[in-house]
Design a binder for this molecule. Sequence first.
Ligand SMILES: NC(=O)c1ccc[n+]([C@@H]2O[C@H](COP(=O)([O-])OP(=O)(O)OC[C@H]3O[C@@H](n4cnc5c(N)ncnc54)[C@H](OP(=O)(O)O)[C@@H]3O)[C@@H](O)[C@H]2O)c1
Length: 296
Amino acid sequence: MKFLVTGSAGLVGRQVVKDLLKSYENVYSCYHNSKPEDGFATQIDLADQNSIIKTVETIRPDVIVHLAAMTNVDQCETEKELAQKINARSTAIISEQAKKHGAFLLYVSTDYVFDGKKGLKKETDRTDPVDHYGRSKLEGEKAVQDISSRWCIARISTPYGMHPKKKSFPLFVAENLQAKVPLDIVTDQYTSPTYVPNLSRMLIEISSRNIQGILHVSGATRVSRYDMAVMVAEKLNLDKKLLRPTNMSAMNWKAPRPQDSSLDVSKAASLLKEKPMTVEKGLDLFIEELRSGFAT
Ligand SMILES: NC(=O)c1ccc[n+]([C@@H]2O[C@H](COP(=O)([O-])OP(=O)(O)OC[C@H]3O[C@@H](n4cnc5c(N)ncnc54)[C@H](OP(=O)(O)O)[C@@H]3O)[C@@H](O)[C@H]2O)c1
């Protein structure tokens, strides 16, 4: 099987490419600025229709794992047109190409397609994003459903894992507490944090089994940012008094955020062999990686 992975130097994509290579030889790791270490590195620009078409036509993949996106929520709010181009329009072009060449398309989407008024959303719940990032990703979801013929939309929430350049939330907390820097952390924002290696295995299982439809593949625990930070502090024996509770209204964000974008993962838990992990288990594994001297 031949795989084309977009965003393969990103937080999630880097792990997916590494894990795919354990079972498959033909993994094309597409990137824009940061050349990935693994796979057949292939440059692509999602803002350029011809670049997408040429890449898919040349590779002719059996599976496209579409992870690349403009992921900075505040930047999406100030550069709406670019976000629309990268997150929505490029996904429509990829969907057309997947259909044309008979590829299975796995589109990785977000918990931010929901309004966050009530959490633990199921796949069948109504979407209603509150910010432009969420709107552009939802437009991408609609393109996948309308255009491609074999597809899966996998929604994730707050991915965390080790990466040589990207600092996910638990590492940010750990490094600051180690340096005795106090942190203001919101107590009223809830998500379902997703441990990247667990996510990567779920995404690969979906791709190899061609599981179709919408699937929530986040972690299995609904937790506030603050409580997650406290868990990190406790697990690493760091001073949790440095964590100062605050709330979302006090944050100086350009884009609004959904307050509770946690996801119900029961469908994925019953369908997949790789089960969504609890935050306790994910953080234990994350800390093991941290202690084993992962080069950051
Ligand atoms: N991070 C989150 O909190 C979160 C939450 C829910 C869902 N998601 C979704 O999960 C997916 C993966 O997220 P992530 O955290 O791994 O993202 P990430 O680390 O920010 O990586 C995004 C990747 O997109 C690529 N990209 C951006 N613009 C591009 C362009 N014009 N052409 C080609 N590639 C481009 C970047 O490539 P270069 O580095 O080579 O420029 C980057 O590697 C995304 O679809 C995101 O929407 C993320």
